[in-house]
Design a protein around this ligand. Structure first.
Ligand SMILES: Cc1ncc(COP(=O)(O)O)c(C=O)c1O
Length: 281
């Protein structure tokens, strides 16, 4: 290795232990979407694991992301980018779980171009499989965005084996939680319901946006404890996340949701969110 090259040593605790936190942020045409929310969540995740984050996190991230996009030629009108920020506790000389008292976090910012979901997928809707992995809402880390994602990887593999596009997590007592990288929404009549944060889910930035959006379009937003039966009795079900936006769900465990086609509220949520991402509103 050149002496001044960026390097993650094998002793990095993010690599060895998943002792790290991250954010995935959408950038459209060089505009970083909802950076303050991501910076705040990153700060909270780091605090949960006592990983020190010095200085103005939002300003530091903005400068790093802008520099990276410029270097990669990605701050271009019309170009969609996913930026991942990973902060690990850094390298440790010692073996074992407790970190040394003085740590130097490793911070990595990566950018990759993303293409919008294929129109066929939007027309067909996602098929989900309920995972055998359960979430414990009382776990202090249930809602923290750590890189310790083996359970999420397992759930995606399990869903793929069952021919589904993504997995849906339930809590240990059988309530709906979230998908592997997206929040869950259920439309019934004039209500937009989503699992409450107390279900041990990530406080999604898109979730927050959609809860406010609902009021503006005449839907009553509800944060609740929902059950799988609520999916099968729903008019529409969709997922939402920063980079993928709103995606219809049309089947769960092989059973159709309503008529098995993306519904009108889902399509409207998607197009309003996309317009927001493109700063058209
Ligand atoms: C487990 C999980 N839930 C929900 C989300 C959606 O969060 P956001 O809307 O902030 O992208 C993500 C995003 O990566 C996630 O990993």
């Amino acid at each position: 290795m050149p002496a001044d090259a960026p390097l993650i040593p094998a002793s990095d605790r993010g690599f060895l232990l998943g002792d790290a936190v991250f954010e995935t942020i959408r950038v459209f045409g060089g505009r970083i979407l909802e950076l303050p929310l991501h910076a705040e969540r990153l700060r909270g995740s780091a605090a949960a694991l006592e990983i020190p984050l010095a200085g103005d996190v939002e300003a530091t991230l903005r400068a790093a992301i802008d520099e990276l996009l410029a270097a990669d030629g990605l701050a271009v009108p019309g170009i969609e980018v996913s930026v991942r920020v990973t902060v690990s506790r850094g390298p440790a000389e010692l073996r074992g779980l407790l970190p040394p008292t003085a740590v130097r976090p490793t911070v990595v910012v990566q950018a990759s171009r993303v293409l919008p979901p294929p129109p066929e997928l939007l027309a067909r809707g996602l098929h989900l499989a309920i995972s055998t992995v359960r979430r414990d809402p009382l776990s202090p880390l249930a809602a923290v965005k750590t890189t310790s994602r083996a359970e999420f990887v397992y759930a995606r593999l399990e869903a793929r084996r069952r021919g589904a596009d993504d997995a849906l997590f339930l809590t240990i007592d059988g309530h709906l939680a979230e998908a592997t990288s997206a929040s869950l929404f259920v439309v019934r009549g004039s209500e937009l319901a989503t699992p409450a944060l107390a279900c041990g889910i990530l406080a999604g930035t898109t979730r927050q946006w959609l809860l406010q959006w609902a009021a503006g379009v005449g839907l009553q937003a509800r944060e609740e404890w929902l059950l799988p039966d609520d999916l099968f009795g729903a008019d529409e079900v969709f997922l939402a996340s920063s980079v993928a936006g709103v995606l219809p769900v049309t089947r769960v465990d092989g059973r159709p949701i309503a008529h098995g086609r993306p519904g009108p509220w889902t399509l409207r949520a998607r197009s309003d969110r996309e317009a927001f991402a493109r700063e058209e509103v």
